[in-house]
Design a protein around this ligand. Sequence first.
Ligand code: HEM
Length: 138
Amino acid sequence: MKQISNGQESIPDSLHALVGDQWFVDLVDRFYEEIAIDPLLRPMYPPDLEDSKKWLTLFLQQYWGGPHKYQESRGHPQLRMRHMPFAIGVEESAAWMRHMTKAVKLGGLSLEIEERVLAYFSNAAEHMINKNETGLIL
Ligand code: HEM
């Protein structure tokens, strides 16, 4: 495996290179177990969660340095735009992040890498907010 150094320890050049495809499949499985029973978020998703799981898995594998299969099937991610049909406020974003945090923390990463992964998700979840008390934020 190709390695780069951050000065303190040697880490692989991408999370995907470190953990492999299956880690993302398992992460997304754990995440969707929580979505499936969340009264606030579950109604936003389609009755069958399999495609939703697949797209999130492929997106994350691609984002973290793996193959570009998401792009091949779905085109450019444009995630904020793709989320516009769903009303995502502070509460929805926080619920999403709570489930993702739980899923990531069960992923067996080193603390340093776990922190980076959680920081990415936290920024992304905030960026996806598209409504406030008065209405839509564009
Ligand atoms: C902030 C709260 C969020 C909510 C409530 C939310 C909700 C949703 C919903 C309802 C879908 C549609 C599922 C479907 O139709 O199958 C979706 C799709 C998706 N979400 Fe989120 N999401 C959130 C944040 C995020 C974040 C932070 C990411 C990435 C880091 C993300 C990545 C995706 C991807 C990749 C898809 C599939 C897009 C596609 O159709 O190709 N979401 N999300």
